[in-house]
Design a protein around this ligand. Structure first.
Ligand SMILES: Cc1ncc(COP(=O)(O)O)c(C=O)c1O
Length: 301
């Protein structure tokens, strides 16, 4: 797949199929890699990345939280993203950036080396349709969110996605699209690869940071809601809060707002009025129709 595409790997643009690591690499065999995913859009002046500054800030936070070190500076990574976009004549789509220890680690657990970096440009396609608003179903997972005292949940680390995989698998086996986790304290956390919001009596609510990944979409929705005058708060939410919600939606980089039409055994309006307002606003933002948000985009030329 993707045979004609180039991947930026440690300073070189190489064919997609050559961007590999040894099976015994630390990143693969210990699952120690970290990553970022951000969206690109074609604006009036060319290709732009959605909130690239925030994504790179989170990448650097992941590096710090895991006591690792990147082989490249933030400026070098921005240059690399631009080079990757140009080499692939990138349009609307996603970038996936991986930072990892590519060297073999037979028994070594802690490595001294700086992290390698690989950058993949993935255009929108039938397999990757972005921002398609489609009502989904959601349940509360039997799996709990990783406890923040066992791993730094604010790091976007590949290893955390074994938990995410189990949550999604459990939901699918029960006939739902996505599962939402509780922390070990019983309060709601997030989905496998998505944050969630609920609306009660016109107020937008989402779990607080500290127990979840700092989703860039969640942050953007909170900022956009505040500018629109939609009351919003980040606060601990119980499963009972969700059962009594007027509206629920999930969000992530690929789809800004996915309204939940079925939550456990309840049917919900999807999208409800607040979700609809946010869907329309986010659509205007990513179509460059609202100048209040133009600094959310970084030009990639
Ligand atoms: C666990 C988790 N929560 C939330 C999100 C949403 O984050 P973002 O809005 O930055 O895509 C993701 C995205 O991958 C995720 O993996």
């Amino acid at each position: 797949m993707e045979n004609d595409r180039s991947v930026w790997l440690n300073g070189d643009l190489i064919p997609w199929e050559n961007a590999t690591v040894p099976l015994l690499s630390h990143g693969f065999s210990r699952g120690s890699a970290i990553f970022e995913v951000f969206g690109t859009h074609v604006g009036p002046e060319g290709l732009v990345a959605f909130r690239l500054d925030r994504h790179l800030e989170r990448l650097m936070r992941s590096v710090r939280l895991l006591e690792m070190e990147l082989a490249y500076s933030e400026e070098e990574i921005i240059r690399a993203v631009i080079d990757t976009a140009k080499a692939n004549k990138m349009g609307r789509g996603l970038f996936k950036l991986l930072a990892y220890w590519g060297e073999e680690a037979i028994i070594n657990l802690v490595l001294d080396a700086k992290l390698d970096v690989a950058i993949f440009a993935i255009p929108e396609s039938d397999d990757l349709s972005l921002d398609q608003i489609k009502p989904i179903s959601a349940c509360i997972s039997k799996w709990r969110k990783l406890h923040p005292e066992t791993v730094p949940v604010g790091a976007k680390a590949c290893a955390h996605y074994l938990n995410g995989y189990l949550v999604r698998k459990d939901a699918n086996l029960r006939g739902f699209d996505v599962g939402l986790t509780r922390g070990t304290d019983g309060f709601m956390a997030e989905g496998s690869i998505e944050s969630f919001f609920m609306v009660k009596d016109g107020v937008l609510k989402t779990p607080p940071l500290g127990r979840i990944l700092s989703s860039i979409t969640r942050m953007s929705i909170l900022e956009a809601a505040s500018m629109e005058g939609i009351p919003a708060s980040a606060e601990p939410l119980s499963p009972d809060d969700l059962y009594s919600a007027d509206e629920i939606f999930t969000c992530h980089t690929g789809i800004k707002v996915s309204p939940v039409a079925r939550f456990e055994d309840r049917t919900l309006e999807a999208p409800g009025p607040v979700s609809k307002q946010l869907i329309e606003l986010m659509n205007r933002i990513i179509n460059f129709e609202d100048d209040r948000f133009k600094d959310w985009f970084t030009r990639l030329d």
